[in-house]
Design a binder for this molecule. Structure first.
Ligand code: GYE
Length: 336
């Protein structure tokens, strides 16, 4: 409900209802959330985080739309939130560009927009963004690979990448961060095709890779865990071994529970976290706005780089030493 309508409605019922009911009605904050879809474990954790925080018990009316990775549907969802006169709009942008028109509509309607996870790169008409530095994640994976290959005495790196959804800031950042380091070090980037952040996509791309590049690769980079699950099925079927001590170094991103279980099982060689639990920080932004104060424009999530002890090596990103975290049962238990 929009603020003005809410005040009027409250004033009208105030004469008729006991004070308790008025204040309960007054406190409900409506939030529209245009979620990317349901493509991955990461996405499930992100959705749950928002549903937990913006619950009825916490005083929210959450209007949740799963946009099924459809850019047009996502813009439609945002417009439907404007029509419903919600108090706040949360967007996790499927792709990074093409946002200025709809964000201008939100601005004209006086509804604050909070962007989470992926970035909007061609408009700044939102109050805050809460998410991860995807380029740093890509650099971390590559700098780890460099240090690990040195330790293992592997001097030729022939790399296949299964990228995320093309044009999403998560894909762009991870590819840029990784590929810059790869090029500096003269590694052989054989191919990069999208698996759309899904298990089925990862499997399909890897099946093609196993046929086209048989015996020619020793590193597979999957831009999320679900793609890695699919890639593992394809490699199993093609008789390619992966994980510590095997044919292929398998790198993944997200580090959700099932991904870390595969690290512990010696299948994924290292997993670079992307933290999906943004909702509590989004609520802080909403509370700051409600108090009439200015929230931070950018809020970064904290993330860890995971491996088993034998695969933990020292590395730096732009001169900053990085800590790696050993995957243990407790760590898996605490993950999302
Ligand atoms: O890595 C992937 C999800 O935008 C960071 O989207 C997110 C990515 C995440 O589908 O699993």
């Amino acid at each position: 409900m929009r603020k003005l309508t809410m005040i009027l409605a409250t004033a009208m019922v105030a004469t008729m209802l006991p004070a308790m009911a008025v204040s309960a009605e007054d406190e409900v904050i409506s939030v529209g959330f245009a979620q990317v879809g349901h493509e991955s474990d990461w996405r499930t954790a992100s959705t749950k985080s928002c549903q937990d925080v913006f619950s009825e018990e916490n005083g929210y009316d959450l209007k949740f739309v799963d946009c099924d990775n459809d850019e047009a549907a996502q813009k439609e969802a945002v417009r439907s939130f404007i029509e419903q006169e919600v108090d706040y709009i949360i967007i996790d942008p499927i792709i990074a560009t093409g946002w200025d028109t709809v964000l201008t509509e939100c601005e004209d309607a006086g509804i604050p927009v909070i962007v989470i996870d992926r970035t909007i790169d061609d408009s700044d008409k939102y109050v805050s963004w809460v998410g991860s530095n995807f380029k740093t994640e890509g650099q971390a994976a590559a700098e780890w690979l460099k240090a690990y290959a040195e330790k293992e005495g592997i001097d030729e790196l022939n790399i296949l990448t299964i990228s995320g959804s093309t044009g999403s800031s998560a894909q762009i950042g991870r590819s840029d961060g990784f590929n810059e380091v790869a090029e500096e070090n003269g590694w052989n980037l054989i191919d990069e095709q999208t698996g759309d952040f899904t298990e089925a996509g990862g499997q399909e791309v890897m099946e093609n890779y196993c046929k086209s590049y048989e015996g020619q690769f020793n590193v597979v980079v999957c831009q999320n865990d679900n793609e890695a699950f699919g890639a593992m099925t394809a490699m199993d079927n093609a008789g390619v071994t992966y994980g510590p001590g095997n044919d292929v170094i398998l790198i993944s991103y997200d580090a959700c529970t099932a991904g870390l279980e595969d690290v512990a099982a010696g299948k994924i060689t290292a997993d670079f976290e992307c933290n999906p639990l943004a909702a509590p920080f989004v609520e802080d932004v909403i509370k700051t706005l409600a108090a009439g104060e200015e929230p931070e424009k950018e809020v970064y999530m904290i993330e860890h780089w995971y491996a088993l002890p034998e695969q933990i090596v020292d590395f730096e990103i732009d001169g900053v030493p990085q800590e790696m975290t050993e995957v243990t049962d407790e760590v898996i238990e605490a993950q999302y």
